[in-house]
Ligand binder design. Sequence first.
Ligand code: BG6
Length: 306
Amino acid sequence: MTSEGQSIDTLNERFGIVDAVAFDAGRGGLPRIVVATPVAEAHVYLHGAHVTHYQSAGHESVLFLSQQSSFNSGRPIRGGTPICFPWFGVNENMPDAPLHGFARTRPWQVTSARCTDGGKVELKFMLIGDEGTRAWWPHGFQLGFTVTVGDELTMSLELHNDTQTELSCEQALHTYFMVSDVRKVSVHGLENTTFFDKVDGGIRKRQPNGPVTFAGETDRVYQDTEAQCVLEDPPMGRRIINSKSGSRSTVVWNPWWKKSVAMGDFGDDEWPGMVCIETANIGHCAVALKPGHTHSTTARISVEKM
Ligand code: BG6
């Protein structure tokens, strides 16, 4: 048995696909799905339904994963795509509640794995509200997550409201992208968009008519934007394209050196090699979901040479 109570053998018997999908004990003994096809490869931990690696044929790795990350069931993984739900950052009503919600530190259930058209692999996961989650968020819920690994990586979070009342929640697909050097990259697509600047007291600002570039700690919540972001990385000779649907916030984050030193699960020198572009719904862009309704938030990530 793995440390999260699911036997690797059973998972392989139920969901393994020859030459495409295998389960193993990943770092810290946590159950992990390894996808390897001629088109792409990916790793997904059941802990948090956390995608930690994605690489399409002919390109370098897309996601950053910290060398110092925890890999144990009580802690989030640092890198890849943590799922933030049902709140983002600090829970203002419960300051002791886990940062970014509980979804990234819960064991998720795999519900299906299959090969689809164009050599893609589709993996489906589910997190269902229980006593543990109700201690933090007093609602019944079903949260589905679909990962499609092919010449692009698609991640889709589906919240179904099976209660009698409206549900309101924040969420983020908090993707860490691997870059050559954050000081040499730019993020296009957020021109003229309003953001809350968390490194300047959360005040509201407007992005000028130009890309986001990095010259210090950056922690911004861009609001009312459904725009695609393009991360241009000239030293790596590539563009990463993050397009999205069902998401009206985009967070851009790099901790820079001072905050990196203060983070126990992040190397002091790792900050130049990553930038987060997060597909989110935060603050006044939070999801409000009527009884019986379903909401999907999707991030679609692809790479091209430049
Ligand atoms: C970003 C937040 O999304 O996540 C930052 O905007 C935060 O404020 C960062 O520092 C990392 O959060 P955590 O909980 O994974 O350390």
